[in-house]
Design a protein around this ligand. Sequence first.
Ligand code: C2O
Ligand code: CU
Length: 573
Amino acid sequence: MMLPSPRPLVAAILSFCLGSSLLLAVADAKVRHYDWDISYQKKSPDCFEKLAVTVNGEAPGPTIRATQGDTVVVTVHNKLETENTAIHWHGIRQIDTPWADGVAGVTQCPILPGETFTYRFVVDRAGTYMYHAHYGMQRVAGLNGMIVVTVPEGVREPFTYDEEHTVLLEDWWHKSVYDQATGLSAKPFVFVGEPQSLLINGRGIFNCSKPVPATGTCNTSSPDCGLRSLFTVVPGKTYLLRIGSLTSLSSLSFEIEGHSMTVVEADGHYVRPFVVRNLFIYSGETYSVLVKADQDPMRNYWATSHIVGRNASTTPSGKAIVNYAGNDPQMTPPTTPTTGPPWNNTAIRVEQSRAIVAHPGYVVPAPARADRTLLLLNTQNNIDGHIKWTINGVSLHFPATPYLVSMKHGLTAAYDQRPPLDSYDLMGHDISAPAPTNGTIGSPVYRLAFDSVVDVVLQNSNMLNNMSETHPWHLHGHDFWVLGHGDGKFNPTTDAWRLLNVKDPIMKNTVPLHPDGWTAIRFHANNPGVWLFHCHIEAHVFMGMGVVFEEGVERVRRLPSSIMGCGHSKGLH
Ligand code: C2O
Ligand code: CU
């Protein structure tokens, strides 16, 4: 394979010199360059002043825009001074560039303060994606943003609209990321708690007249602070909203007062359109929805996000204004913002998950059966006084040497050689009972046969407090078919398989595992590399809620030396 970057330029020059139109298709693909300084800055996104990790001074960072087939080149300068970094391009499969996935400990060594690292990858499919830090819990500190990949010239989407906007949803804590991580690893465990606010495109509302922790202040004169108008609509026009969630903890419901939304895309795949009043969206998911400006144009409307799945009554809703053109963009809607659906109604959320299937014109048929099935039991365990999440009894700990390097170069001392279990007492475990006490911490790898078809059944269970909650699972390097969601315990031998949809399943990269239930997915292990599969709740993956897949690592081209240099890969640098 040729390196993708010089090609368009060379082709453009060639086609200019030779006057050849044959090369035009290639020449159309562009290289999109971004140059980013990553640094801490004081920000007041909800009026409370806090240090945030920013991209060129902004949090969230700029939206990356490209056309399908383009090459994106992001040069990252780590100016955090006392902290490493790594950036993941969430939803981009990194075909042929597994080293650009941006996961410290899996696909690269972290980028040291003062260092520059270049990510170069092709955006091979149109859709809505995101990026965020993938080093420790750094994502919580604000390093994130959206990636919009448009269809190539002449290709039509199965819907029409007049204009588009991005909507990035976050939750926000006043405690520093260090404080949060320290609590999670402490004995006794200290949970991060519910967020102080919910952000929509980087803005939230915190009531500064309430007593604030002694460690901080509200800065109401900050330009970051205050209600924001999300976008302006012209009556009668239709808008495409590309909505992404990069919450640390919260599952959300998003709605625009008085307007229904037609869901048309999920994680870069067209869905059979369905209409909702409120969209449930889990961390790591993206949805595109169509909204028609068909309401009374003499006023503005609320756009709101609400926490569902956890009892977070102390967290105010996220609020922004949808402005009808002609009105003052800051004109507060005359109504009280809605409070959202009841936080504990799991059934309506499962129902919406089940409504998401492939658009009839874009069904990618799933292979009829899998070569291997992994039953992954999600439990919370107390390991030597630390609260950990375990998957089939193992809590994932990232090794000092990135897996991609150690596996490609045979550095077997760098990670656990013992294969993890394909199923962990799944039938024997009572999912409503306390977790088994024999969990361990480790860094094993599931080695998948290259080109095989793999099923994963994620099985939820009760936490140590006897509650079960939502876990959005995200797979790097692939899209998977969502075969189904079920209640209770998955039974591999009886009728569970009959509930699965192989006819028109949606493909996604992130899917919720609902409370007390199971979720089944299928994917094709055909992207050479080493890939993380984890719960997208930042606290949970920090507590070990993930597994690592390897497939065809021997087919990966020579690794760039820029990803090496740490742990056992020192000599390779
Ligand atoms: Cu957006 Cu590994 O995650
Ligand atoms: Cu989780």
